[in-house]
Design a protein around this ligand. Structure first.
Ligand code: FMN
Length: 468
């Protein structure tokens, strides 16, 4: 028989701890976010539809982006046990300088439209965390202001879109060099703008087109409007005023005739490191490496250009195997967690960039939101490394990662003479260790391996890619 009694407060006190209230609403909001998806939900609540969709959206049917995300979700990790992971080092050298974490902030255009603090918030948060910040040619904060926001500890990269007016493009490059930017990211996957259908449907123009729908959508988002109306007017920092959609702007300004020769010319003018952003085939990766670039960034522009473009994460092992000794291989598109970043490093990437994850943080809480985004990703990176049994990025290797099979590309079909149908035979019995069973070692069975050893470039234990 259970004996009951009246609860006494001093008995209850050790059993229940009340959370200290956080009076700062922004901090309360940000601390409630435990993942980038949580930051995204907060961002969506606070940002009008047109800028939110401009961030979130991709090209055409948005298949590239969905596939890139799926590829990360389909990772399987293979932890080593009984390792000393009491301390873990999440940093190493990227393009000749140390970074504290294996990711940086990707260049994004029109950033102050998402949240008024824009690039200054990104640059300051990146500098505080010891990671690089990339400023887009389509940025809404000047090169010099970004340098000032990052301060003396900031590491800044400038992203170049080559315009038809080459002198003006190179004048920007000059300014970036003078302001101490150490790396030029030359984006090469925008000969013309991708079809961002959400922007067309939302009437996303510069300046924003107000319709009755836009205004209704704005009503529950007063903070964004107050910021928008009471701060420096939104404008491209490096372009003239523009009236139209972003896609129209890209098509008017950008030079679709840019070739490898132009890239060599740009490289000759730039005193720092040069990375080519938007590499999507092994052949181009090899050609760029022969040209002597310092890095190639495997990227499909976050799915915003060619829909159904290759998934950068899938390209990674082959590109690392072929050119990884001669140039740094970086990767972006679809990264939403620290585990995604760890997997990319394990398969040989030297560095990764995050675009939307950063903008979700920015929209959720300005500079503090970007800090929170970095905190979430860095916590996930350190925890994933520890759980994998590695104490440094150098210890990560392809054997730590395999990928469930469904999204892995098959080789192009070889057209051969028709094979006669096999004679019918008795159905085979499945043994416990047979084809249907999961292998415990990296790579066999229904999965495909992350493929190569970082040190030797030799195939690892799994089935070769595309064998399924
Ligand atoms: C809103 C937005 C604007 C972007 N603007 C640019 C840009 O101006 N230049 C550029 O090279 N890439 C741009 N990108 C692409 C990013 O640099 C990066 O490749 C991409 O966001 C990575 O994918 P993720 O968003 O899934 O992380 C933009 C991406 C987004 C989401």
């Amino acid at each position: 028989m259970v004996q009951r009694r009246i609860p006494r407060p001093h008995d209850l006190a050790p059993l229940m701890r009340f959370k200290k209230p956080t009076w700062d609403a922004k901090q309360r909001r940000l601390q409630s976010a435990l993942t980038i998806q949580d930051l995204r939900r907060i961002a969506q609540r606070r940002t009008p539809r047109a800028p939110f969709d401009y961030t979130e959206g991709a090209a055409e049917a948005e298949i590239s982006l969905a596939r890139a995300r799926q590829a990360f979700e389909d990772i399987e990790f293979h932890p080593a046990i009984l390792r000393d992971v009491s301390t873990v080092d999440t940093g190493w050298e990227v393009l000749g300088k140390r970074v504290a974490l294996p990711f940086g902030i990707a260049p994004t255009g029109f950033t102050r439209m998402m949240q008024t603090e824009g690039e200054s918030a990104g640059a300051a948060a990146a500098a505080a965390a010891g990671i690089p910040f990339s400023l887009s040619t389509m940025g809404t904060t000047s090169i010099e202001d970004v340098a000032a926001a990052g301060g003396p500890d900031g590491r800044h990269w400038f992203q170049l879109y080559m315009w038809k007016d080459r002198d003006r493009s190179m004048a920007l490059v000059d300014r970036a060099a003078k302001a101490g930017f150490d790396t030029l990211l030359v984006t090469v996957d925008v000969p013309v703008a991708g079809a961002r259908l959400r922007d067309t449907r939302n009437g996303m123009t510069i300046p924003p087109t107000l319709t009755p729908k836009t205004v209704v959508n704005a009503i529950p988002r007063p903070a964004w409007w107050i910021d928008f109306l009471t701060t420096e007017p939104l404008a491209f920092a490096s372009l003239d005023r523009w009236s139209g959609t972003v896609a129209q702007l890209l098509d008017t300004m950008f030079d679709p005739t840019v070739t490898y020769e132009d890239l060599a010319w740009i490289k000759a003018q730039w005193p720092g490191k040069l990375v080519v952003k938007g590499v999507q085939t092994l052949a181009d990766a090899k050609r760029l490496t022969d040209l002597g670039v310092d890095g190639i960034l495997l990227s499909n522009h976050g799915g915003r250009q060619l829909d159904r473009a290759p998934i950068p994460f899938h390209l990674l092992p082959d590109v690392v195997r072929e050119v990884g000794r001669d140039t740094e291989v970086h990767l972006d598109t679809g990264i939403m967690s620290g585990a995604d970043i760890v997997a990319a490093i394990a398969l040989g990437a030297r560095f990764t960039l995050v675009g939307r994850a950063y903008l979700y943080g920015l929209m959720a809480g300005g500079r503090d939101g970007v800090d929170r985004m970095i905190e979430i990703l860095s916590g996930q990176i350190a925890r994933t490394m520890r759980l994998l049994g590695v104490a440094s990025l150098e210890e990560l290797e392809p054997g730590h990662v395999t990928q469930l099979q469904r999204l892995v590309p098959r080789p192009a079909p070889v057209v051969a003479a028709p094979v006669p149908a096999p004679a019918p035979s008795a159905p085979r019995r499945r043994s416990a260790s047979g084809s249907g069973a999961r292998s415990t070692a990296a790579g066999a069975g229904t999965r495909t391996s992350g493929t190569r050893s970082r040190a030797t470039g030799a195939p690892s234990t799994g089935a070769p890619r595309g064998d399924a």
